[in-house]
Design a protein around this ligand. Structure first.
Ligand code: NAG
Ligand code: NAG
Ligand code: NAG
Length: 357
């Protein structure tokens, strides 16, 4: 019986998680079927994990980038099912209660793995067929592979936007064209040069018919991933990611401190210039609102990008300086707005000689 920390499986079978990413109708499913067939012929136990079939329609339509939460929960449920299979193949047909994926589709997906003509020692291959347009989505699969010391590789199925749209329109249940166009803008392709964890990636041009040579390349990539599984101990990707998250938090914190100083300097200057208390209240509210919004943007940008950018690009000091420079311009605009109102209302004015700006 497999225990949670140390599944039996890991000690007796080689396995690989292969991510296929690309736009809708790029040709991922067709390529994954071809690869699955070839893999089976070479004696591997192979299955295509076809997200469109596993995940109910409702979530599929919520797949527009703006409505990702529901989709994210479903993606996690798929990975959980794969994990259950890795821990205890025989039990994995019964989905856990409240599981968000289609039971019959999951059964279809793994049935051939459970009753293989080649015995359960044969290498195991999961081909994950979804759009995976953000690195963070693919990274979730990488983490699962690491946890169980599996092989991991990625195939970017490339296809011209116009071809995807026209193929999609010929399907019985097309995805709205806007979804494909929006996804094309967001898609960040695997970048093995930049990201160590994406080292085993290939790109396949599926604009026309995929060549036999491309299929061979994919099979070789999978073979190489199978014989070079990830190691939870030696790889420090997670630690690096944690460091970058910390770095992003630090940028936001330092930017917050600097913004507070700028706000109080601006208030002081306005007071010295004889701005009325009514206008001072309005100024305080405007500056505060501007600061809150500004820090939200800084935080959002960094938390989104930090885990996937190179360390040398994540220079805290530089980032804070640049961010605060932008906020300084906002303040100047707000302040000059208030000063103008004050001047027009005929109050005492003072020349701008205190040297802050
Ligand atoms: C992909 O293939 C199509 C034809 O099948 C070709 O027109 C296009 O230039 C190729 N794209 C790349 C990036 O090689
Ligand atoms: C692509 O494959 C189909 C079916 O195998 C064939 O009819 C078609 O001529 C091929 N197209 C090209 C450009 O090779
Ligand atoms: C600043 O604005 C935020 C939200 O807009 C509000 O919660 C906070 O109380 C305000 N702080 C001050 C000092 O006005």
């Amino acid at each position: 019986m497999a225990t949670d920390g140390e599944p039996e499986f890991v000690h007796r079978t080689r396995a690989c998680l292969c991510v296929l990413c690309g736009l809708p109708a790029a040709g991922k499913s067709s390529l994954s079927r071809t690869v699955c067939l070839s893999a089976s012929r070479s004696g591997w136990r192979a299955a295509v994990v076809h997200y469109d079939e596993l995940i109910p329609d409702q979530a599929f339509h919520a797949r527009e980038p703006e409505e990702q939460t529901e989709w994210k929960l479903h993606r996690h449920a798929v990975l959980q099912c794969i994990e259950e299979f890795l821990k205890n193949p025989k039990m994995s047909l019964e989905l856990p209660g409240g599981c968000r994926i289609e039971g019959s589709a999951w059964e279809g997906c793994i049935r051939s793995l459970l009753d293989p003509p080649l015995g359960d020692q044969a290498p195991l291959l999961f081909l994950l067929d979804d759009n995976f347009y953000y690195p963070s989505m693919r990274y979730e699969v990488y983490q699962l592979a690491r946890k169980y010391s599996l092989g991991f590789c990625q195939v970017h199925v490339e296809c011209r936007l116009e071809s995807c749209i026209s193929r999609n329109n010929n399907r019985p249940h097309p995805v709205p064209t806007e979804v494909i166009v929006a996804m094309e803008k967001r898609l960040v392709r695997p970048n093995p040069k930049k990201n160590q964890w994406e080292a085993k990636s290939v790109s396949v041009n599926a604009t026309g018919n995929v060549s036999e040579c491309d299929v061979q390349n994919v099979l070789e990539l999978i073979g190489s991933a199978l014989s070079d599984p990830l190691s939870p101990v030696e790889d420090d990707t997670e630690q690096k990611e944690a460091d970058r998250q910390k770095c992003a938090a630090s940028v936001v914190h330092q930017a917050d401190q600097a913004c507070r100083r700028l706000v109080s300097e601006a208030m002081k200057k306005a007071r010295e210039n004889g701005v009325s208390s009514e206008h001072m209240r309005s100024l305080a509210a405007q500056l505060n609102q501007s600061k809150v919004q500004f820090l939200q943007n800084v935080r959002k940008h960094f938390l989104q990008e930090a885990p996937f950018i190179r360390e040398e690009d994540a220079d805290v000091e530089h980032a804070v300086k640049r961010a605060v420079g932008l906020f300084d311009r906002d303040i100047e605009e707000i302040l000059s707005g208030i000063m103008t109102v004050k001047d027009q209302s005929g109050m005492a004015t003072q020349s701008n000689d205190n040297g802050i700006y």
